[in-house]
Design a protein around this ligand. Sequence first.
Ligand code: PEP
Ligand code: MG
Length: 531
Amino acid sequence: MAVDMVDEGLIDEKTAILRVAPAQLDEVLHPILDPASEKKAEVLAQGLPASPGGAVGQIVFTSEDAIKYSNAGKKCILVREETSPEDIDGMHASVGILTERGGMTSHAALVARGWGKCCIVGCDALKINFKDRTVSFEGIKKTFKEGDFLSLNGAKGLVYGSAIDTMDASENPLFARFMSMCDKYRKLGVRTNADTPEDAARALKFGAQGIGLFRIEHMFYGRNSETPLSKLRKMILCDTDEERKAALAELEPFMKAAVKETLRVMDGKPVVFRLLDPPLHEFVPKGEDKKKELAKELGVSVKEIEKRGESLHEVNPMMGHRGVRLHVSFPLIAETQYRAIFTATAELQKEGMHPHPEIMIPVTISARELSFQRAICDKIKAEVEAATQQFLEYQFGTMIEIPRAALTADRMARAAEFFSFGTNDLTQMTFGFSRDDIGTFMGDYLGNKILDADPFQTIDTKAVGQLVKIGVDKGRSRRENLMCGICGEHGGDPKSIEFFNTIGIDYVSCSPFRVPIARLAAAQAEIKQNA
Ligand code: PEP
Ligand code: MG
């Protein structure tokens, strides 16, 4: 309608852009529950709207069952307390995901949003009985069992106890025209958070100008049998440097292949590879059969595997041995990632392609951490250059996701050629709210109007936003043309984008399905700013 009205001369382009709410684009991109049928259905519970769209499927409680249902051609909804990397295959096989715990940046929320899959998290009213394979909802008499139907409205966080009709959002032929209209008016760049060639290709179709965050750990989250999760586990649970070296050598080809194929899809466009971030214990196997499998591979007992896994346990893993800290303790792990990236780059150059890798260090707090890593990175680059006879170029940068890094950004900019603000962690660290447990009390804060919005969804301009602005200004006081991006979930949130547009951010990066929303929001922000 917006494009029609422009064509008919009723409104100008700017007015058309301002009249389309970004949330309306979301509806165009995802299948939704049929509003007429939804109105008639009974709401069982409401959780956090982690990823939009509608999903209708049968309840399953494990990843294995989700895969079985999917293989049998049945649509299922994975119901979990929360999800972890071990659930990835099941999440992929499900049409929707519903979790009892977790906030807007929990594992389930991030992964589902990345895939454009309907997801509701932090659904407090949900009580799962794994033993009986049933689920109940506070205040609802009926108990649901495996195989019963649920419907999810991911845009509103609503759960229904019946199969509601869905509507396929039809391809709007005017969509592309509307989006290019937006591109004419925006200044803010829009990249995507993507970790597979498929996601990268999807994001390109949606207009992404590069990848702002390729989380290396996501290649271990196993969407198919080729994934090297078992090899990563082996590397984590081995005992000596020698064993670790051997395990890393097994991992490297997988890393290189994932990096190379993504760079190939993004030919000519920048791709930010972010070093392995989560605490290692996240990858320690939990299931008995996985433990047995690994024990066999490493030639040790299951007890020994458990002992090694326990030694990685941390009371507060989000503030623990993760990100750059991991790579300070184990430079070999960093070396492998650098080598995979540079070798992939060199091979593509030999094929005549134009890869643009950017390497980003997570969870940093000091310029010295960066210099320490840069030395390793440049050493590996020189080795790969010598071996491949290719001259390699790259950008070396850092995430700014801890208040200390933002407040000392002038020093960080000495060692970093670009910044990307990890506003998920920056919010977590500034508020002291755990991003994984926030679901239990965020509702009380919003209900009592202590907070106007979930700060993990919409940037808190008063404190977190101020830290971003300080980071940008201080960073540029040291390095005038410092490229500054946003790669936290706020990068796809229209209100946050409006704020970022005012403080000199160069680009936002968000999941592929949010790219058009970000393009529209960036155009609206620029038009409003100049009105
Ligand atoms: C962030 O913290 O904002 C970020 C993008 O990194 P991750 O979500 O992987 O911690
Ligand atoms: Mg982070």
